[in-house]
Design a protein around this ligand. Structure first.
Ligand code: SAH
Length: 220
């Protein structure tokens, strides 16, 4: 019963998932490992059962508490940008949400850390990782603007909620040559930035316009 749910059927089947991956490739996602991860991880497990049949459309989906699981294209784009210059060992995600982005990262990076300010989302994500046998993700319920100092430095940090300005602690928790992918700006429309830490400075590249939920202060 459990196995059948993971595997999916009809609108949640492997065939449907393969079609989505084909579409992402057609839209310009080139990293084969990223495409493979998206073929492997069942996105329908990360949304409410009532929404499962829409899990392989290329759209954002609600996950409760006014939050959303990003559109698959954006998940793929951000993951691809994070890994663009080679493999990373330790990655921190801000905004666990459903856990889907972290599960994709877990296929590609040995150690994934993820923080979430809403306790019940964090607990649900933990259950999903267990159900899928994902053992290399560590979760924490806290305000992600602080990052995760005890586990720093990170080779990569990926934020899936948008602050108005880049939190200083995230910059500080980047390793040398580490990269931060983060949407920055006001409600509704932000710029997706790629920040790379060098010896002297933080270099900034603008990737594309995006729309994420806001990064809020405090936990709840
Ligand atoms: N990566 C998620 C996307 C979730 S939406 C997924 O794959 O499903 C963004 C998430 O960021 C929400 O769950 C929201 O609660 C969380 N968030 C917003 N501000 C935060 C903060 N300061 N610290 C940690 N998480 C935060």
């Amino acid at each position: 019963m459990m196995k059948a749910r993971l595997k999916g059927i009809g609108m949640t089947s492997q065939r449907t998932r393969n079609r989505l991956v084909q579409r992402l490739a057609g839209e310009g996602i080139r990293n084969q490992a990223v495409l493979d991860a998206m073929r492997e991880i069942p996105r329908h497990i990360f949304v409410d059962e009532a929404l499962a049949s829409r899990a392989y459309e290329d759209t954002a989906l609600p996950i409760g508490f006014g939050q959303t699981l990003s559109q698959p294209y954006i998940v793929a784009r951000m993951t691809e940008a994070l890994l663009r210059d080679g493999p990373l060992r330790r990655v921190l995600e801000i905004g666990t949400g459903s856990g889907y982005q972290a599960a994709i990262l877990a296929c590609l990076v040995p150690e994934v850390y993820t923080v979430e300010r809403i306790g019940s989302l964090s607990r649900r994500a933990r259950r999903r990782f267990r159900e899928l046998g994902i053992g290399n993700v560590r979760l924490r319920h806290c305000d992600g603007k602080m990052g995760w100092p005890e586990q720093a430095p990170f080779d990569g940090i990926i934020a899936t909620a948008a602050p108005h300005q880049i939190p200083q602690s995230l910059l500080e928790q980047l390793a040398l040559d580490g990269r931060l992918i983060i949407p920055v700006g006001g409600e509704g429309l932000q710029k997706l930035l790629l920040i790379t830490r060098t010896h002297e400075a933080y270099e900034q590249e603008i990737l594309e316009p995006v729309s994420f939920v806001p990064m809020l202060a405090g936990d709840s």
